[in-house]
Design a protein around this ligand. Structure first.
Ligand SMILES: [Zn+2]
Length: 358
């Protein structure tokens, strides 16, 4: 018997591959494909279940209840695309080998298709397969008119249904209808991944080193990194964990999303604070500048995967104001020694996470 599940169905597909394979030396082309698929699978596995490898495509899914913060799915897609681009560009083959496969590598691009719906898990002799008309639909989406209408080569396409569940107001989406035999008309929303990648490459990294920080708090969770990331970044989850320590609200979101320039407000016992995001690298680190009364500080929060179910979070804090700093630093360190609010927060997240059904 199979249960019906609800969640996100994602296909990522290396475009241009069929014609590439047909026109070039097979041996190097196969190695290049394996290498690129590996980097995609490694990235996807952080969060998704890989359902199937389908030639130059990967089909993956995540049950709704395993994704606390749907925006993370978007972040995973971008992160995967960035990793793909880095791998493609850093490959020595394209500069050292003169065969057509290696020289043609820069033409390979990545596309993502995301749908939300129902599916059943079927197990036949140990072979696991997802079934359902939503599964068929996400596969059909790979045949569409996006590139011919927009000229985009690397993009993420969402069905309208998927985007409603992710619940973000994103600017610059290309809206398009696609019609498929037996499935009817599907509304899609697509965004171009190339400008996101260019912005990512151009952006300055803002990250405190442990040495320049005044206080460093490390904590190890026995949970996968994307789940810990979700619980630290999702405002509702943050509030659940912090309780009387602080209640958060979103003040602004740049481009409809969490990112550089976004800000959050926190009300706590004696007052309130506002944090502005200075750098935002999903699943890697975030840096925020916070103002709390006369106090101003920078905080970098780093995420490191130690094993599949082990994640280290490190909070690095550096006081920026008020002067004289040697006095305020002394006061802050004293306070942290008496009761470290970050440790308390991490412990609460940990106990909430551990209480969740696996
Ligand atoms: Zn070659």
């Amino acid at each position: 018997m199979a249960d019906t599940k609800h969640g996100y169905l994602v296909i990522t597909d290396i475009s241009g591959y069929t014609s590439y394979l047909a026109s070039v030396e097979l041996e190097h082309a196969q190695e290049i494909l394996t290498d690129l698929l590996e980097i995609i699978v490694d990235n996807f596995k952080k969060m998704m279940t890989i359902s199937k490898l389908e030639g130059d495509a990967i089909f993956a899914n995540i049950d709704e209840e395993n994704l606390a913060r749907p925006e993370s799915l978007l972040e995973l897609i971008e992160d995967t695309y960035f990793a793909f681009r880095r791998r493609r560009e850093s490959s020595k083959r394209s500069t050292t080998c003169t065969c057509k496969a290696c020289q043609g590598m820069p033409a390979l691009e990545l596309k993502f298709f995301v749908h939300y719906g129902d599916y059943m898990l079927q197990n036949i002799s140990g072979i696991r397969e997802l079934l359902g008309s939503d599964v068929n639909l996400v596969h059909r989406l790979t045949k569409n008119h996006i590139s011919e209408n927009t000229g985009w080569k690397a993009y993420a396409l969402f069905t309208e249904t998927a985007l409603q569940y992710i619940n973000l107001q994103l600017p610059g989406l290309h809206q398009q209808e696609e019609t498929y035999e037996h499935l009817g008309t599907v509304q899609t929303r697509t965004f171009d991944l190339l400008p996101r990648y260019q912005a990512f490459v151009a952006a300055q990294r803002v990250l405190l080193s442990a040495e320049e920080s005044d206080v460093v708090t490390r904590y190890e969770f026995d949970h996968p990194l994307p789940i810990v990331w979700d619980w630290m970044m999702d405002i509702a989850k943050r509030n659940e964990a912090m309780g009387e320590m602080g209640q958060w609200n979103v003040v602004s979101r740049t481009q409809g999303r969490t990112g550089i320039g976004s800000s959050n407000h926190c009300a706590h016992g004696r007052g309130s604070s506002v944090e502005t995001i200075m750098d935002w690298r999903p699943f890697e680190y975030t840096t925020v500048d916070s103002t709390d009364g006369k106090m101003q500080f920078r905080e970098s929060m780093l995420f490191t995967s130690l094993a599949k179910n082990a994640t280290r979070v490190e909070a690095r804090i550096k006081l920026l104001k008020p002067a004289p700093l040697f006095i305020s630093r002394f006061m802050m360190k004293k306070q942290f020694n008496a009761e470290n609010p970050y440790k308390k927060w991490f412990e609460r997240v940990h106990s909430l996470l551990s209480a969740q059904p696996k």
